[in-house]
Design a protein around this ligand. Structure first.
Ligand code: MV4
Length: 447
């Protein structure tokens, strides 16, 4: 086992990893920017190294500084968390060539999933259902129009270097195709430095259901069931739950098996997520694979009883996965508490937290790096806490979430708590009748 791990991240996830290190008797090293001096990850790590100014590019994305911090402190492994460098193949490569274990998949596995057209082809070849569309990048407008006609409208144009909803264009009518195609590739070039786009059949009002997978260094891969992440706003997830109210055991088993096949095809090591779109007929299609631990991993932990961060560290240190099928039980829901004002289009609301009271009780968990007096810096993502509840049924979990949200008190800044309270009382949410269009198609759409 490692003696010392550097955590190349901040906020709640850095703290989450530090806590597991302590539990496993591993020394932890925090890195922090000048904006994060008063952060709890700095306070609770065994050592902390300042790596630069507030701007992410100069600190949490500054590879030479992070590697230097690991060298100076003698860290043997680097946990990237999520965001920042977590899916940066060259960072994974540099860790390895500097003699440190990158806690995650190989640089090759990261690259093969980072290019969205290549990821799709890889999954298709592994026998995972993919959305009908072009075979990889379309070469020019004529090629693109032919393919779109063949698929049939509506179609969606996606940037090969995109992901997470960036650089997508939906085209419903052939007459609008040319202008959208030109705009999509121009935008892709500007945003990602890669004008490559591919085309797919557009699936109306899909469900976003993702499978948590794990691979080890010996060619074993397992899945830990699904998370339903359909409650999103502008590609930002707000609520996640497991199990999904939309799928049954038969589909769960099929999607789990498909996700494992996909993971094995890229010799996947560590925690990963295979994202699927599920249409209203319960057809499922591979969408993307995230090669990192995700924000919403706690809902999986709650229903499986497995500590996914601990598993990441153990697998990275060479542990074998137990291939016994993991039987989930109960129901878990996560609400993302963001420093945003839901009354004003979720605009960022950084600043000092004047008072902070956490809910608690049986089946209530809060992962947060915040405290009364903490200043939420304006420089990073707005996640300030993850409220996770576990109940024996979906209904009891929703009721517990509603009660916990009532108790959760944050003063000084605006948060998404009032929004979550309303969703917990919404009849469509309570009945499990929602898809990725929920926010757009309900009173929560304020635009
Ligand atoms: C789609 C789609 C419908 N049809 N692809 C959005 C994020 C990016 N990962 C892919 N996304 C979508 N791809 C086809 N062929 C609809 C979406 C989509 C979406 C997907 C998951 C969760 C929320 C979403 C919101 C809008 C659009």
């Amino acid at each position: 086992m490692f003696k010392k791990i550097l955590i190349a991240n901040r906020g709640e996830i850095a703290l989450r990893v530090i806590r597991v290190c302590r539990e496993l008797g591993i020394k932890s090293v925090a890195v922090y920017s000048e904006a994060d001096r008063d952060s709890l990850h700095v306070k609770f790590a065994d050592e902390a190294v300042c790596i630069g100014p507030p701007l992410s590019k100069q600190s949490y994305l500054n590879i030479p500084r992070i590697i230097a911090a690991a060298e100076i402190t003698g860290a043997e492994a680097i946990h990237p968390g999520y965001g920042f460098l977590a899916e940066n193949a060259s960072f994974a490569e540099i860790c390895t060539s500097s003699g440190m274990k990158f806690i995650g998949p190989s640089a090759e596995a990261i690259s093969s999933m980072g290019n969205k057209a290549l990821a799709k082809e890889t999954m298709k070849n592994a026998g995972v259902p993919v959305i009908p569309g072009s075979d990889g990048i379309v070469k020019d407008l004529t090629d693109a129009i032919d393919i779109a006609r063949g698929i049939g409208f509506p179609v969606i144009i996606k940037a090969v270097a995109g992901g997470g909803g960036k650089g997508m264009r939906i085209v419903r009518d052939e007459n609008d195709f040319e202008k959208n195609f030109v705009m999509a590739s121009t935008e892709a070039e500007a945003a990602f430095g890669d004008a490559g786009v591919y085309i797919e059949k557009y699936i109306e009002q899909p469900h976003h259901i993702e499978i948590q997978v794990f691979g080890d260094q010996y060619g074993n891969a397992i899945h830990l069931n699904e998370r339903d992440c359909s409650i999103q706003r502008r590609h930002q997830k707000l609520i996640e739950e497991s199990p999904s109210p939309f799928i049954n055991d038969e589909l769960r088993q099929k999607m789990g098996a498909a996700a494992i096949k996909g993971a094995l095809s890229v010799n996947y090591e560590g925690a990963g997520t295979v994202e699927f779109l599920v249409d209203k007929y319960h057809n499922y299609f591979f969408m993307e694979m995230n090669t990192r631990i995700q924000v919403e991993h706690p809902v999986t932990e709650e229903i499986t009883g497995r500590d996914l961060i601990k598993m990441q560290i153990r697998v990275a240190a060479g542990a074998k996965l137990d291939k016994k099928l993991i039987k989930p039980s109960g129901h878990a829901i996560e609400c993302r508490i963001n420093a945003e004002d839901p009354e004003h289009n979720f605009r960022p609301s950084p600043g000092e937290i004047k008072s902070f009271h956490l809910p608690g009780g049986f089946g209530v968990r809060v992962d947060t790096h915040c405290y009364a007096g903490y200043r939420v810096p304006p420089n990073y993502d707005s996640l300030i806490a993850k409220l996770v509840v576990y109940g024996s049924s979906r209904e009891s979990a929703i009721n517990k979430m509603a009660a916990a949200l009532e108790e959760f008190t944050i003063e000084g800044i605006h948060t998404t708590i009032p929004f979550h309270k309303k969703v917990m009382q919404h009849p469509l949410f309570r009945e499990g009748k929602f898809d990725t269009s929920f926010i757009e198609n309900t009173e929560f759409n304020t635009k």
